[in-house]
Design a protein around this ligand. Structure first.
Ligand code: FAD
Length: 453
């Protein structure tokens, strides 16, 4: 078998892998990125394709332009289950042609020296003396197997986790996922019969009946084109996502022309706190493979880009130090937690609460403004739900009935704050990981018990 050596081997060229390559490019390292798909399909995966503009600004990523940008977004309209209450949350974003944008980021990285092989699959990682040392690749273009050795391998393989899942199971980075911590999502892109009203606003329909544990979305891709779909919580024994899609499509997207279907497909989305450690000796995980998705709204492209940014920064530091051990790469965890992970953990708590609410509770809560649009915006931007909000609401609600809902909200706010704090106290070295993990796990089980009462 042919043997090659690179400094960094990135497996997977989706948003996470592409942004890792983008931030590493031109910095003097020999980098190879591989993806199983052919060039023109990289980045083509079932997705709502909506990403907040704030992510691009914060990371210095280029804005989508030309055909990469299908629609400019001004905000979100959030509908209660009975559709009687509609909250408008303003905020700029992009509705992307995701493959085109993704491929442009890869081309920019390539133009600065990153080598990219399409149609190339990582078959299995090399694991020697406790270190990941590279992987065996199968290149369909040349029909050959190649052994690639690396100082750092980046697992950017998406939900499949197809590299780190093949490592010895006792390694912390091989951590698996509870099915209930994932959503099964399906979407179609269709043309509409008429012009879409307020087509610069995304629509989100919260409904346990039509999408238990998730929500329906209607994301305009212009005046006459829409990405419509839903997610439901996994591991709950619900009927298939397709059953819900067929049954409720007319309720949430009555204007689509079913004979003009452009794309369809489904996939899984992790909806939990990030992987307890995103690194081990010689390896870093990014994007869906490291569970970086926002647990409440399921958006993972922005946070995949954040993880790519942190991975590149960590790798450059590791090369300066010449230390590729878990300790040498540990800054990845700290960087990601500070940028997004602590908020994500707090939203994991919020998500658990939301998934237990009945449609009745949600109608009531939205209608009576138990929580308000600005609280929701703050929870989603910062992962904070202020106790003052819960307490204020408590006073209102006390006069209206349903005190149990408000008691729960207070508990939620407390646990959100506590878990965030725990994440900010993330251990400074791998030796503290086990104790910290036990603390997080017990906080979550305690919350689950409290909220089920
Ligand atoms: C239906 C649906 C709707 C969604 N809507 C939104 C949304 O509106 N906004 C948003 O921000 N997020 C959304 N998400 C989540 C978002 O799509 C993901 O979080 C994001 O795309 C993850 O990017 P990634 O690079 O980590 O993984 P992926 O995009 O999955 O990329 C992984 C890449 O790795 C390659 N690969 C895998 N294994 C191997 C291997 N062994 N060898 C070589 N290559 C390999 C694959 O070919 C793929 O190209 C949605 C998800 C779903 C399923």
């Amino acid at each position: 078998m042919k043997e090659l050596k690179y400094d960094v081997l990135i497996i997977g060229g989706g948003f996470a892998g592409a942004s890792t390559a983008f931030h590493l490019a031109g910095k003097g390292l020999k980098v190879l990125l591989v993806d199983s798909k052919p060039w023109n399909r990289i980045g083509d995966k079932p997705c709502g394709d909506a990403v907040s503009k704030a992510h691009f600004d914060r990371l210095g990523m280029p804005y989508p332009k030309g055909e990469e940008l299908e629609n400019k977004i001004s905000g979100i309209k959030l509908y209660s289950p009975d559709m009687k209450t509609v909250w408008t949350v303003n905020g700029e974003g992009f509705e992307l042609n995701a493959p085109l944008y993704n491929q442009r980021i890869l081309r920019e990285a390539e133009s600065k020296g990153v080598e990219i092989w399409d149609q190339t699959t990582a078959m299995k990682p090399f694991f020697e003396n406790g270190f990941v040392k590279g992987a065996v690749l199968y290149n369909r273009r040349s029909n050959e197997e190649v052994a690639v050795y690396s100082k750092v391998l980046v697992d950017a393989t998406g939900y499949s986790r197809s590299v780190r899942s093949k490592l010895p199971q006792e390694l912390p980075i091989a951590e698996d996922l509870d099915e209930k911590d994932a959503d099964i999502a399906y979407r179609e892109v269709l043309l509409t019969r008429d012009d879409i009203e307020d087509h610069d606003y995304l629509r989100i329909f919260v409904t346990q009946k039509a999408s238990p544990g998730g929500y329906w979305w209607y994301f305009p891709k212009g005046k006459n084109k829409v990405n419509v779909g839903l997610g439901i919580q996994g591991g709950m024994g619900y009927p298939s996502v397709h059953v819900f899609y067929q049954k409720y499509l007319d309720s949430y997207a009555p204007d689509v022309d079913k004979s003009r279907l452009l794309v369809k497909g489904g996939a899984l989305v992790p909806t939990r706190r990030p992987l307890y450690t995103m690194v081990w000796n010689g390896i870093i995980a990014v994007g869906d493979s490291a569970y970086t998705v926002n647990p409440v709204h399921g958006g993972g492209k922005g946070s995949a880009m954040i993880s790519g940014y942190c991975a590149a920064k960590t790798i450059l530091n590791a090369f300066e130090k010449g230390d590729f051990s878990a300790q040498g790469l540990w800054d990845m965890n700290i960087c990601y937690i500070n940028e997004y992970g602590a908020k994500q953990a707090s939203l994991d708590i919020f998500r658990r609460f939301l998934q237990k609410l009945s449609d009745d509770d949600i109608n009531y809560g939205m209608n009576k403004k138990v929580l308000k649009e600005e609280d929701l915006l703050e929870a989603s931007e910062k992962g904070d739900l202020h106790l003052s909000v819960a307490e204020k609401a408590m006073r209102i609600i006390a006069g209206l009935g349903r005190p149990s809902l408000l008691m729960k909200l207070k508990t939620v706010a407390e646990y959100m704050k506590n878990i965030k704090q725990l994440y900010y106290n993330y251990p400074r070295s791998p030796s503290g990981l086990q104790i910290w993990k036990t603390q997080v796990d017990s906080l979550i089980s305690e919350f689950n018990m409290n909220i089920s009462k």
